[in-house]
Design a protein around this ligand. Structure first.
Ligand code: ATP
Ligand code: MG
Length: 898
C-alpha cells in the first residue's frame, strides 16, 4: 500500500469518527523550546497546557516532523528518519483510554478491503506502563489479547511528559512482530528491531509539579480534563505494509536511494540480510543519502536556509552529510541536481507546494552544494599541510586541535578527516577532538539554557488572558482612540490591583487600539487616560500569548486601579509613519517579485517609523539596475493613488485571489488579506496607509546579504526619504565645491583624481622594487653551502608577496646554474608572513622541490602553501616565526642534499 494511501485511510477513518482534520503545521512552528516540530501534538500544545480552549473535542492530523536527535540513528536502525510524518488522533476531554485503544485496534486490524491496514492481530504486541492496570485490562479483556503479548514497561519507555511541569501520563505503544528473520524472540523489551513500534498512545491524566528527568518527577494530582494524544509513524506503517526491511526502502524514500546507488555504481543490499545490524557500510551510506535528501527538501520547503546555527545548521549538516556520503561512495560530481528532483517527485503528491516553490528550493540546495564543494577543496589543502607537518615532525598522529579546527572552520567532518588522514598513513587524536567538540557543545547548551529561561513562565499571562475571556479585542484597525476598562495589571511580573506614579507596569485592557509588535511591525506607543485622572504612558506593546495584549507602560501621574474606565490614545504620528512603512514593504515585496519571479519569497521584515527592511530569498545579489527599477516602479504606483484595503476571507479564497503568503505559515481558516489597489495582495495582520499617495516617497538605501540565499533591502518612506535625499544633495554640493566643477562633472573629476593617485602609487612601488634589487646584489654573498647545495635564506622584512617573489627570482638568477641552489625569502605584509622558495635545475635534480620546502616554512608560520617544483609560495599567521621558518627550510635542504 502506498504511503499516500495509508495517509488517506487514516484521515478517512478518523474524520468518519468525529475528528476534525487539521492540516500539518509548518516544521518551523514557533515554540521557544523546539528547533522543529517533532511530534503531532506540538501544534496542539496550547490546548493540552490549558492556555487556549480547543476548537474541537476531537482532531486528527498528519504532521510533518523532524527529530534532530535521531540523525545518528539514520541508516543504522530500520526505523528512524530525520524527517517523518506523524499521524495523530487527539481527544480534548472527550474519549480516553478505552476509546483510543479500540480505535487504534480497529484501524490497524480491519481488513484492507474494508478501509483498514489489515495487520495480522496475532502479531500485535502492545506495551503498557508498569502499573496501568486499566490499559492492561482493555488490551486483555476488551481487545482479547493474551497476557503474554502485553508487556509492562517502566517510566523510561512508557511514561510521557513534556520535560517541564504540566500534563503527563502513561502511554501504550503498539508493536508488530516482523518474524524471526528480523531478530530474537521475546517481545518489544527484547528486540526493538524485530518487534517494530509503529504507534504510541498517550493518556494524559496527571498534573506534574516537578520534572527532573524522564523517569524522575512528582505527580501533583489528576488533571481536571483528561486528554488523548497519539502518534503513528506514517513511514513505519509503510515499512510494514510494503513488506520492506526498513524505512529507507518505502515508496517515498527508496527511489532516491536507488538513484544514488546507480550514480555511485553500487548495488544496494547485495551483501546484507534483512537485519540492519548486518548491513554493509555502503548500504548505510545510501540510506543516509536518501533520508537526508528528503529531509533537506522538506526543510527548505518550509523556509529554512543553510546557515551556521540553529535550524540553518541542521539543514547544512544534512545536506553536507548527504554530499559527503556520495563522495565516500565514490561519486564526486554535484549530486543534488540528480537526487533532489527524485525526492520531489515522491513528495509532491502530499505536498504540492514543493513543486510551486521548486525554483527557490532547488536553488538553495544547489548553491549549498557548490559552497561545500569549494570548502572541501580548501579544507583538503589545509589537511594535506597538517598531515605533511605531522609527518615531518616524525609524528604518527594528527592532533585533535587540528582535526577540530578543520571541522570548526572548514566544516570538515571528522570521519572525512579520519579517512583522508588514514589514506596518508596517519591516525587522528580522536580523544582530543571529542573533548574539544564536547567543550563546544557545552557552550552551546549553556547558550540554549540562557535562551530558554528568557522565555519564562507564561502562567501569569494565562491568568490575565482568562480575565478577558481569552481574547483582547483589537480596535486599532478602525480607530486610534478607544474607550476601555483596565482588566489587569502586573508590577514586576506579579499581579497587582493598583499602581502609582513612577511605577512601570504591564497593563491589560479589555479592548485596545494599540497594535502589539508582530508580523514584522513594531508596536504602537501612546497614552492611557484614566477616569480617575491618572495618566499612563505606553512604551511598548506585546502579545506574550496568543489573544492577549500587554501594554508596557509607566504611570506618569495619579493612581491606576484595575477595573477603572480608561481612554486609550495611540500616538498618531508614530502609527501613521509605521503604517506607511508597512504599506511600502508590501509594494516593494510585490515589485521585487515582478522583477525576480515568485521564488523571491519573503524571509522577514521590520516596519518602523519612516523606515523598513525587507528580507527575501534570492540566490545572488540584486543588481543595481533591478534595485533602481523596483524603486521607480513603486514610486510611480504611489502617484496612481491606489487605495489600500483589508478583507477577511478563507484561506482558499486568499489563494485564489493571488495573495502572497509563505507556505507553512500558521494561520487558521479565516485570514486577513491586505490589497494595494488590485496590484499587491498579501496575508497580513498589520496596519496600513489608506491610499498610496500618503506614502509620499520611497527610497531604497541598498541591498545586502544576510546569510546564504537571503538578501535584505532597506528603505526610507515619506519625510525620512525626503530628508535623506536632501542630505545627499548637500553632500554633492560640498563635493562640487571641493573639486570646483558642476555636479554632473563629479564622476569624471573624482575618477581623474583616483587615476592620478594610482599612478603615483605605481611610481612609488617601482622605486621600492629597485631598491630591493639593489640590496639583493650584496645578498648573494650570504649564500651558504649546505651539503653541496647553495642555500640562500633571507628575511626581507616589510614586503608583500609580489615583492618577495620578484626578489627570489632575481636572487636565483644571480646564483646561476653552475651549482644546485635554493633561495628562500620571507616577508611580512599587513602583519602576516609570506614565504617564497625557488630551486634551480641542479637542486631539483637532487630531489629538492620548492613545493615541499614552502609547505614546511608555511607550516612553521602557522599556515599553508604550495606551488610547483621550481617556485612555490605560502603564508601563515605568526610573523615572529620567519627566522624559524627559514631555518626549517635550510635544515630540510641539508637532509635532502645529504
Ligand atoms: P523510537 O523508540 O522507535 O525512537 P519513540 O518512542 O521515540 O520511537 P514516539 O516519540 O513515541 O517514538 O513517537 C510516536 C511514533 O512516531 C512512533 O511510534 C513512531 O511510529 C514514530 N517515530 C518516532 N520517531 C521516528 C523517526 N525518527 N522516524 C520515523 N518515525 C518515527
Ligand atoms: Mg525516538
Amino acid at each position: 500500500m502506498e504511503t499516500a494511501e495509508i495517509r488517506r485511510r487514516w484521515l478517512d477513518f478518523f474524520s468518519g469518527r468525529g475528528h476534525t482534520v487539521v492540516p500539518s503545521a509548518s516544521l518551523l512552528l514557533d515554540d521557544p523550546n523546539l528547533l522543529f516540530v517533532n511530534a503531532g501534538m506540538v501544534p496542539f500544545k496550547p490546548y493540552f497546557l490549558g492556555q487556549e480552549t480547543p476548537l474541537w473535542d476531537r482532531a486528527t492530523s498528519v504532521q510533518k516532523c523532524v527529530r534532530t536527535g535521531d540523525i545518528e540513528e539514520v541508516g543504522k536502525t530500520s526505523r528512524h528518519g530525520t524527517f517523518f510524518q506523524m499521524n495523530g488522533n487527539f481527544s480534548f476531554g472527550d474519549y480516553f483510554k478505552e476509546g483510543a485503544i479500540t480505535l487504534a485496534w480497529e484501524l490497524v486490524t480491519s481488513p484492507q478491503d474494508q478501509g483498514g491496514y489489515g495487520l495480522d492481530p496475532e502479531l500485535i504486541w502492545p506495551t503498557v506502563y508498569v502499573d496501568d492496570d486499566e490499559a492492561f485490562a482493555i488490551w486483555h479483556e476488551q481487545v482479547g489479547l493474551p497476557v503474554e503479548r502485553i508487556t509492562r514497561r517502566g517510566k523510561l519507555d512508557n511514561y510521557w511528559h513534556m520535560g517541564v511541569p504540566g500534563p503527563g501520563g502513561p502511554c501504550s505503544e503498539i508493536y508488530l512482530d516482523r518474524g524471526p528473520e528480523y531478530g530474537r524472540e521475546g517481545g518489544p523489551a527484547v528486540d526493538e528491531d524485530r518487534y517494530l513500534e509503529f504507534w504510541n498512545l498517550v493518556f494524559m491524566q496527571e498534573e506534574l509539579s516537578a520534572v527532573r528527568a524522564k523517569d524522575d518527577f512528582d505527580v501533583a494530582g489528576p488533571l481536571p480534563q483528561r486528554n488523548i494524544d497519539t502518534g503513528m509513524g506514517l513511514e513505519r506503517m509503510a515499512t510494514l505494509l510494503q513488506g520492506v526491511d526498513n524505512l529507507y526502502e518505502i515508496d517515498e524514500v527508496y527511489p532516491v536511494l536507488e538513484r544514488a546507488a546507480a550514480l555511485a555504481g553500487k548495488r544496494y543490499g547485495v551483501s546484507s540480510g534483512h537485519m540492519v545490524s548486518e548491513s554493509h557500510p555502503d548500504d548505510v551510506r545510501l540510506r543516509v543519502v536518501a533520508d537526508h535528501v528528503r529531509s533537506s527538501l522538506m526543510l527548505i520547503g518550509d523556509g529554512v536556509t543553510p546557515g551556521n546555527e540553529g535550524r540553518g545548521y541542521v539543514l547544512r549538516r544534512m545536506l553536507r552529510r548527504a554530499i559527503r556520503s556520495m563522495r565516500l561512495l565514490g561519486y564526486e560530481d554535484p549530486c543534488l541536481p540528480e537526487l533532489l528532483p527524485v525526492s520531489l517527485e515522491r513528495m509532491e503528491k502530499s505536498y504540492p507546494e514543493l513543486s510551486s516553490d521548486w525554483d527557490r528550493i532547488s536553488q538553495t540546495a544547489y548553491a549549498e552544494e557548490e559552497a561545500f564543494r569549494r570548502t572541501l577543496t580548501a579544507g583538503t589543502t589545509i589537511l594535506d599541510t597538517a598531515v605533511a607537518r605531522t609527518k615531518e615532525g616524525g609524528g604518527q598522529v594528527l592532533g585533535g586541535a587540528q582535526a577540530f579546527a578543520l571541522h570548526d572552520t572548514y566544516g570538515f567532518p571528522i570521519d572525512l578527516t579520519l579517512e583522508m588522514a588514514a589514506e596518508q598513513g596517519l591516525e587522528v587524536d580522536r580523544e582530543g577532538f571529542t573533548r574539544l567538540m564536547q567543550e563546544q557543545r557545552d557552550r552551546a547548551k549553556a547558550d540554549a539554557k540562557a535562551k530558554k529561561s528568557a522565555h519564562g513562565d507564561t502562567s501569569v499571562y494565562r491568568a490575565l488572558s482568562d480575565g478577558v475571556g481569552g481574547r483582547v479585542e483589537f480596535t486599532g484597525y478602525h480607530e486610534v482612540t478607544s474607550e476601555a476598562r483596565i482588566a489587569g495589571m502586573l508590577l514586576d511580573g506579579a499581579p497587582v490591583s493598583s499602581a502609582s506614579a513612577g511605577q512601570d507596569v504591564e497593563l491589560v485592557l479589555d479592548r485596545t487600539p494599540f497594535y502589539a509588535e508582530g508580523g514584522g511591525q513594531l508596536a504602537d506607543g501612546g497614552l492611557v487616560r484614566l477616569a480617575g485622572g491618572a495618566l499612563v504612558e505606553v512604551r511598548d506593546v506585546q502579545s506574550p500569548i496568543s489573544g492577549l495584549v500587554v501594554h508596557k507602560a509607566t504611570v506618569v501621574s495619579g493612581e491606576v486601579g484595575v477595573g477603572e474606565q480608561a481612554h486609550a490614545e495611540v500616538d498618531i504620528e508614530r502609527r501613521r509613519s509605521i503604517s506607511r512603512a508597512h504599506t511600502a514593504t508590501h509594494m516593494v515585496h510585490k515589485a521585487i517579485r515582478e522583477a525576480l519571479g515568485d521564488t523571491a519569497t519573503q524571509a522577514g521584515s521590520e516596519n518602523s517609523p519612516g523606515r523598513f527592511r525587507f528580507d527575501f530569498h534570492a540566490s545572488s545579489a540584486l543588481p543595481m539596475s533591478v534595485l533602481t527599477d523596483v524603486e521607480s516602479r513603486v514610486n510611480a504606483l504611489l502617484l496612481d493613488d491606489l487605495s489600500v484595503s483589508a478583507e477577511v476571507m478563507t484561506q482558499q479564497q486568499a489563494r485564489d485571489a493571488g495573495a502572497m503568503a509563505l507556505f507553512g505559515e500558521k494561520y487558521g481558516d479565516a485570514v486577513r488579506v491586505v490589497s494595494v489597489g488590485d496590484w499587491a495582495r498579501e496575508l497580513c495582520g498589520g496596519t496600513h496607509a489608506e491610499r498610496t499617495t500618503q506614502l509620499g516617497l520611497v527610497t531604497l538605501l541598498g541591498e545586502s546579504s544576510i546569510g546564504s540565499g537571503v538578501r535584505r533591502v532597506e528603505a526610507l518612506v515619506g519625510n525620512d526619504a525626503f530628508s535623506f535625499l536632501a542630505r545627499e544633495r548637500a553632500i554633492v554640493g560640498q563635493l562640487t565645491e571641493l573639486v570646483k566643477g558642476r555636479p554632473e562633472e563629479l564622476p569624471e573629476r573624482v575618477g581623474g583624481l583616483l587615476a592620478r593617485l594610482k599612478e603615483a602609487e605605481r611610481d612609488l612601488e617601482r622605486l621600492r622594487t629597485e631598491q630591493l634589487q639593489a640590496a639583493a646584489g650584496s645578498l648573494t654573498d650570504r649564500a651558504r653551502d649546505v651539503g653541496g647545495v647553495t642555500f640562500l635564506g633571507h628575511d626581507a622584512g616589510e614586503a608583500d608577496a609580489g615583492d618577495v617573489r620578484t626578489m627570489v627570482l632575481d636572487l636565483r638568477g644571480r646564483l646561476g646554474n653552475d651549482r644546485p641552489s635554493v633561495v628562500a625569502v620571507t616577508g611580512v605584509a599587513k602583519g602576516r608572513p609570506v614565504v617564497v622558495v625557488a630551486t634551480n635545475e641542479g637542486a631539483r635534480g637532487r630531489g629538492i622541490t620548492a613545493g615541499e620546502l614552502v609547505r614546511i616554512a608555511a607550516g612553521t608560520l602557522g599556515g599553508g602553501g604550495g606551488g610547483k617544483d621550481d617556485i612555490a609560495q605560502g603564508g601563515g599567521q605568526d610573523p615572529t616565526k620567519v627566522g624559524e621558518a627559514l631555518a626549517a627550510v635550510e635544515w630540510r635542504v641539508g637532509e635532502l642534499a645529504g
